[in-house]
Design a protein around this ligand. Structure first.
Ligand code: SF4
Ligand code: ZN
Length: 309
């Protein structure tokens, strides 16, 4: 029977990459993903020889794929890999994710460390949501506390960098949301490399940010990766979903447009990064902060007073 051939090795192609015109077989597609990650790491100088790397793993396809790829790339670069899972305390959701992460890290023989909000801050995200009265979304509280939890994990495990699994689609959606909200200040945090801002914070890197989400999903599928498919009960997807649909339809009509948009967004975030204000140490916890008290301490104080608004 006639079939479409891979442009690299002549085997049967399983994927058509519209933006480059490549038809690829299973093996050449997987190699191309690894090569793309390597190029992103080199292009933005994300990781160095011998780095100890903490990989944030949530149990989803992106983070497990990132862990698999960095683990594969770590050996020739003498890097040490740690998997870090943050347990926010979301009943009925995070337990399954933790089991998936445990099984996956055992399979790859990677040390796995779990840091919970309950242990670090004295309450779970579910607790905060119960007493929260309005205004902030669960995700904004969760994001602030999770970034701090990762900083604490990085310090405890003495890693040089924390790698997170944001893909190209995540990046563009967040960029557009910030743009539409007029939240220009947040755009700078979309940089592929966030350098340490004090002794407490290590490099934050995003090695998957030049890879389309659908290609990560295909890679995870081809590698038979078991990942969590249920979404967080607090997730409010409305505007993100609309932007996803819009970007996907633009990409269908103009293959590669997402990649061009990514490059513009990165340039903008890099230019904003040079404007960074001087940070001080939070008067309560000593972590870097733009004001006298950091966002984490403000949340902790409000939770303590049971009046988070
Ligand atoms: Fe946290 Fe929001 Fe993600 Fe749920 S969806 S884990 S609340 S950031
Ligand atoms: Zn603080």
């Amino acid at each position: 029977m006639q079939y479409v051939r891979c442009i690299k090795c002549d085997n049967r192609a399983i994927y058509y990459r519209a933006y480059s015109g490549e038809k690829l077989c299973n093996s050449c597609f997987c190699s191309s993903i690894i090569e793309k990650v390597k190029r992103t790491i080199a292009k933005y100088d994300l990781l160095k020889y011998g780095d100890a790397i903490g990989v944030a793993v949530s149990g989803g396809k992106d983070s497990l794929t990132l862990l698999r790829i960095l683990n594969e790339l770590s050996k020739p670069h003498a890097s040490k890999i740690f998997a870090i899972t943050i347990d926010e305390g979301i009943y009925g959701y995070r337990e399954e994710a933790i089991d998936i992460c445990k099984n996956f890290t055992e399979e790859l023989n990677i040390p796995h460390h779990i840091f919970s909000f309950e242990e670090l801050f004295g309450f779970s995200l579910d607790d905060v949501i119960k007493i929260r009265k309005s205004k902030f979304s669960a995700c904004s509280v969760c994001g602030i506390l999770r970034r701090r939890a990762l900083d604490i994990a990085a310090k405890e495990l003495k890693v040089d960098a924390i790698a997170t699994a944001h893909n190209l689609d995540d990046f563009l959606q967040t960029f557009m949301i910030n743009l539409l909200n007029g939240d220009i200040d947040r755009i700078k945090w979309l940089n592929p490399l966030i350098k340490p801002r004090s002794e407490f914070v290590v490099r934050r890197v995003k090695p998957l940010m030049e890879i389309y989400e659908k290609e990560i999903a295909l890679y995870a599928f081809l590698k038979n990766t078991q990942f969590q498919t249920v979404t967080c009960p607090y997730m409010n997807e409305s505007i993100r979903s609309e932007i996803r649909l819009m970007m996907n339809s633009l990409e269908d009509e103009h293959p590669g447009i997402k990649y061009s948009a990514l490059n513009s967004a990165i340039k903008l975030s890099q230019s904003l990064m040079t404007d960074e204000r001087e940070l001080k140490a939070c008067k309560t916890c000593n972590f870097p902060s733009s004001s006298d008290f950091c966002s984490v301490c403000k949340i902790l104080e409000m939770v303590k007073r049971n009046m988070y608004i």
